[in-house]
Design a protein around this ligand. Structure first.
Ligand SMILES: [Zn+2]
Length: 373
C-alpha cells in the first residue's frame, strides 16, 4: 500500500512538473530524435534563448554590429530581426510576432511563437501538433564553423623575406583576417581564429582549439621559404605520412617551430603522439581534405596568377589530430624577392583571401550536400 502511494505521489509530481515547464518539443521525424527547446518567461510572454535555437536547429544567430539587427540563418533561409521590435523581415517581407525581440546582457531572446507559429509558415515540412514541432527532414549538418589558423606569431616570426624583411606571421594573419570577413559576410558561417593578433600558440593547441569548438573545417595559412631564392609558387597540403622530397622540406620548415620555439624535447612528444592521433582523426577525412585542397589550390592559382606547385601531402604537426577536413596553404615564397613584394601588398593579400574564399565556398557546397544526404 505504502509503495503504491509513493508511486502515485511520484507520478503526480512528474505530471505537475511537466505541465509547469512549458518547453517546446522539437521532433525530427527521419532521425526519430526529440529535443527540448527551453522556454523562459519574460514579463507575461514566453521566450526562447537564441543559443538554444541554434543548438536544436543547427542554425546561426548573429548580431549585426551597431544597427540593432539580428540575423538568423536557419536551414538555408535568412531572417532579420530588429532588437526591441516585434517585426522581422524574411524574403523581403515584413512579419509581425506582436512581441518584441529582447536582449538581456549578451543574450538574445526570441518570442516562442516565432518557433511554434512562424517557422511552420516558412517551412512547409514543419508542423505543430500537440505542442510538438514536427520536422520532416534530417538535422542540417552543413558547415557552420570554420577555424582559420594564421601560422606562427609572437616570438616565432615564421620565414622572413630578404629584401623587405617581411615576416611570414604578419602576412598569414592579414590574409586570414580578410578571409574571415568574407566567409562571415557572404557564407553566414562562424569563423574562429586560432589567433587574431600577434601572439605565439603551440601547434598542438591550434588543433585542440578547432576540436574544442567543434569546427567543421580547419585551414592553416602559411608562406613558404627556400634556400633557393628563385623558388616560387603556391601549394596546398593535406595530411599524410607519405610525401615527396620537396614536400618533406616544407614539412620540416613548418614542424621546426616546435624545436625552435616550443622548447627542447617537445618534438619527441609530437612524434610519439602524432601517429596515433593522425590515424584516428584525419584518416576518415582524408578524401574531403584532398578535395578541399584541390579546390583551394585551383582557385588560388587561377585568381592570384601564381605558379602552380600543386596539391601535396605531408606530415604537418599542426594538421595532426584535427577531427575535421584540414588543409595547410603555402601562399608563396617570402624568400623570393618578387613574391615577397607581392605578399606585402594589401591588394594582393585581398586577392589571395578572395580566391581561398572561392575554393572554400565550392568545397562547402559539395561537402554540405554529402553530409545532408
Ligand atoms: Zn609557416
Amino acid at each position: 500500500m505504502n509503495k503504491i502511494l509513493k508511486l502515485i505521489t511520484a507520478l503526480l509530481f512528474i505530471t505537475i512538473t511537466v505541465s509547469l515547464a512549458a518547453d517546446i518539443s522539437v521532433y525530427f521525424k527521419t532521425e526519430r530524435i526529440s529535443q527540448t527547446l527551453p522556454e523562459i518567461k519574460i514579463g507575461e510572454a514566453q521566450y526562447v534563448e537564441a543559443d538554444a535555437i541554434n543548438k536544436v536547429f543547427n542554425s546561426i544567430i548573429k548580431e549585426e554590429r551597431g544597427d540593432n539587427r539580428l540575423h538568423l540563418h536557419l536551414a538555408g533561409k535568412q531572417f532579420i530581426f530588429l532588437l526591441g521590435s516585434p517585426f522581422y523581415s524574411y524574403n523581403n517581407e515584413s512579419w509581425n510576432m506582436h512581441l518584441n525581440v529582447r536582449r538581456v546582457g549578451n543574450t538574445f531572446y526570441l518570442p516562442s511563437i516565432f518557433v511554434t507559429e512562424h517557422l511552420p509558415i516558412h517551412f512547409p515540412d514543419m508542423e505543430l501538433k500537440n505542442k510538438v514541432l514536427q520536422i520532416n527532414r534530417p538535422k542540417d549538418r552543413s558547415v557552420k564553423v570554420i577555424v582559420l589558423d594564421p601560422g606562427h606569431g609572437g616570438h616565432d616570426p615564421g620565414a622572413v623575406g630578404h629584401v623587405l624583411k617581411l615576416r611570414e606571421k604578419d602576412v598569414n594573419l592579414s590574409v586570414c583576417l580578410k578571409l574571415k570577413e568574407m566567409l562571415e559576410r557572404e557564407l553566414g558561417v562562424t569563423v574562429l581564429m586560432t589567433r587574431s593578433d600577434d601572439r605565439f600558440i603551440t601547434l598542438g593547441n591550434r588543433t585542440k582549439f578547432a576540436n574544442n569548438n567543434q569546427a567543421d573545417i580547419f585551414v592553416s595559412v602559411h608562406t613558404n621559404a627556400s634556400n633557393n631564392r628563385s623558388a616560387s609558387g603556391i601549394e596546398t597540403y593535406y595530411l599524410s605520412t607519405a610525401q615527396t622530397s620537396d614536400a618533406r622540406a616544407v614539412e620540416a620548415l613548418e614542424n621546426n617551430v616546435v624545436e625552435q620555439y616550443e622548447g627542447k624535447g617537445e618534438k619527441a612528444k609530437y612524434d610519439a603522439l602524432g601517429f596515433i592521433l593522425s590515424d584516428m582523426s584525419q584518416t576518415e577525412h582524408l578524401e574531403h581534405s584532398n578535395n578541399m585542397a584541390l579546390l583551394i589550390q585551383q582557385n588560388l592559382v587561377a585568381g592570384a596568377r601564381g605558379g602552380d606547385r600543386g596539391v601535396k601531402q605531408a606530415n604537418f604537426y599542426v594538421l595532426r589530430g584535427a577531427f575535421m577536413p584540414a588543409v595547410l596553404i603555402e601562399l608563396g615564397f617570402i624568400s623570393n624577392k618578387d613574391e615577397e613584394r607581392l605578399l606585402a601588398n594589401d591588394e594582393y593579400q585581398q586577392r589571395l583571401a578572395r580566391t581561398i574564399f572561392e575554393g572554400l565556398k565550392r568545397f562547402k557546397f559539395r561537402y554540405d550536400r554529402i553530409r545532408n544526404t
